[in-house]
Design a protein around this ligand. Structure first.
Ligand SMILES: CC(=O)N[C@H]1[C@@H](OP(=O)(O)OP(=O)(O)OC[C@H]2O[C@@H](n3ccc(=O)[nH]c3=O)[C@H](O)[C@@H]2O)O[C@H](CO)[C@@H](O)[C@@H]1O[C@H](C)C(=O)N[C@@H](C)C(=O)N[C@H](CCC(=O)O)C(=O)O
Ligand SMILES: Nc1ncnc2c1ncn2[C@@H]1O[C@H](COP(=O)(O)OP(=O)(O)OP(=O)(O)O)[C@@H](O)[C@H]1O
Length: 499
């Protein structure tokens, strides 16, 4: 702990300290339930409860140091438990980040950091950056909605947030990655995380922007607040990669950014551009124009939005100093995240695609992407999301109305909601209720239903956000796997056909 107190970033956060000078702290946590002997417990005022309420249980679990911002309460506790150290700070969230950084001796600074923000495309860009830079020979990890991946594959870690981890979890991860010889980390920086200070104190080498559309307004209230939260990433970055085709916030970044600025675009003059996009069976071919020089290229990705995402990744590689010819050579190795326009090839006779689409904008892009595909009928599975605001659910129905021959409606992450209510919310968005509509409240069964509706030559499009191997049900993360249900169906189907 003495060491922690010597770090300037920790000292800055402290108002005063009472109690004994403690022995070494073994862990730093914001959750009393994770406190063990000699932990440092930091009280965070959350959306639901105030962590200061849990000082008692933190002490019972062995906390030696308690950090909080409620001065009087902390003094009361000091009089009750003078054997513990109480650290009063100005801002607990900032303190959490600074203490965690210091706990790992600020060694995360040995990692090159790229932060990716935007309403759509963060996970895909992060995966493209990871796969490209690994192919270029630099051990790179990614952190985001698709979990944590390093240069060897998926890393088995649990985080408490869907996309951007809480600061102390992030520093633990950085330490683990650094120990495993990773040198570069590409991570999603969500507006919520930026607003909540989870990324406080980090300096990014590169900040990447994709686009800004209305989302998370239940959290940010206005588009201005939402944009300002995302802009914070650029205030803590040395270099920026900006999508010129985005009307939502590219101008705001360009007008305020102080460092080196790089741009990409499909529609206008930029440092890195794509033109003449053509969908092929195995990907997209296009002209890549870099500093005015034209290269005819092909990449195993689909959809104009993914070409834009690839441009973001290519530009990031260039900012890191790689030559464009070297980067292009790695295109065959570009890999997206699971469920982001993921084509399943082992389903004979039918085409099966997974896509994370769950907003009108994403569905618009998705329908545009499948236009060049040839198929007889389109079987579409859509999902209302239980753990997100109910007003978003009818928007999904509006976005897909009239676009498919069969529509299966289901529920992703029901949370505390009744699946019937979620599905009713979704279908209330249809102006004319589709003739071939099927409501199946459990996602696995819904997938099997969609498969059962498909005949030879049909295209099955499975959308929604349950591509990460769990379903949130009544506050618990239950194991869930789309592929398991596909295999179950295929097994069953083979039995039926051969009987
Ligand atoms: C709304 C939100 O952001 N919630 C996050 C927030 O929780 P919270 O503010 O509700 O915390 P709380 O439950 O009020 O608890 C306050 C404090 O008391 C502590 N506590 C609580 C109970 C107890 O017994 N003991 C104890 O110490 C908690 O650990 C916490 O430190 O802080 C927690 C700790 O970091 C997060 O796990 C939690 O993420 C929840 C699970 C979540 O779903 N967050 C979403 C909205 C989110 O952040 N999403 C974005 C992605 C958005 C996108 O898709 O673009 C993300 O970056 O992941
Ligand atoms: N650049 C883009 N522009 C518009 N839509 C996109 C773009 N990239 C991806 N999408 C759509 O959004 C879906 C989600 O993509 P991705 O997971 O990469 O975004 P994200 O920003 O990480 O989303 P989330 O924050 O919800 O996890 C994709 O399946 C696709 O339908």
């Amino acid at each position: 702990m003495e060491n922690l107190f010597k770090q300037s970033n920790v000292l800055e956060t402290i108002s005063f300290v009472v109690g004994p000078s403690p022995a070494t702290v073994h862990s730093i946590t914001y959750d009393s339930r994770k406190v063990t002997t000699n932990s440092c417990f930091i009280c965070i005022k959350g959306q639901h409860v105030d962590g200061h309420q849990y000082i008692d249980s933190a002490i019972k679990n062995g906390a030696q140091v308690i950090v909080g911002s409620e001065k009087e309460l902390m003094m009361d506790w000091y009089f009750k438990r003078p054997d513990r150290t109480f650290v009063v700070v100005h801002d607990s969230k900032k303190a959490l980040a600074s203490f965690a950084s210091a706990f790992y001796q600020n060694k995360h600074k040995e990692l090159a950091l790229t932060g990716i923000t935007g309403t759509n495309g963060k996970t895909t860009i992060t995966a493209y950056i990871r796969s490209l830079i690994n192919a270029l020979g630099e051990p790179t990890a990614s952190i985001g909605t698709a979990g944590v991946w390093d240069q060897y594959g998926k890393v088995n870690v649990e985080t408490t947030t869907p996309t951007t981890p809480e600061s102390s979890d992030l520093y633990t991860l950085f330490d683990q990655l650094r120990e495993n010889k990773t040198t570069h980390v590409a991570m999603e920086a969500t507006s919520i995380a930026l607003e909540q200070g989870r990324l406080h104190g980090l300096q990014f080498d590169i900040a990447v922007h994709s686009n800004l559309r209305p989302e998370h307004l239940d959290f940010h209230n206005t588009m201005e607040h939402y944009r300002n939260a995302k802009l914070k990433l650029f205030q803590q970055a040395n270099k920026a990669v900006v999508n010129l085709d985005d009307a939502g916030m590219s101008a705001a970044i360009i007008n305020s950014f102080q460092g080196e600025l790089w741009t990409y675009s499909i529609e206008q003059e930029a440092t890195v551009m794509a033109q003449k996009l053509q969908t092929q069976q195995s990907g997209t071919s296009f002209d890549l124009i870099v500093h005015g020089k034209r290269y005819s290229v092909m990449a195993p990705i689909f959809g104009e939005h993914n070409v834009a995402n690839l441009l973001a990744a290519v530009t990031t590689c260039m900012v890191k100093g790689y030559a464009i010819e070297e980067i292009i050579r790695c295109f065959p190795l570009v890999k997206g995240a699971p469920g982001r326009f993921q084509l399943l090839t082992d389903y004979p006779g039918r085409q099966l695609i997974f896509d994370f689409a769950h907003s009108p904008f994403a569905f618009e892009k998705l329908f545009h992407t499948i236009k060049p595909f040839s198929y007889k009928r389109l079987i579409l599975l859509i999902a209302g999301i239980g753990v997100r605001p109910s007003y978003l659910r009818p928007e999904i129905a509006k976005a897909v109305e009239g676009k498919a021959d069969e529509i299966v409606v289901t529920v992703d992450h029901p949370g505390d909601e009744d699946p019937e209510t979620v599905m009713a919310d979704v279908i209330s968005g249809f102006i004319n209720k589709p003739e071939h509509l099927h409501l199946v409240g459990e996602r696995g069964e819904a997938i099997q239903k969609a498969l059962s509706l498909a005949d030879e030559g049909d295209l099955i499009l499975i959308t929604g956000i349950c591509m990460e191997n769990y379903q949130i049900v009544k506050g618990k993360r239950l194991p869930y796997d789309d592929l398991k249900h596909i295999h179950l169906f295929l097994e069953q189907d083979t039995k039926t056909t051969s009987a």
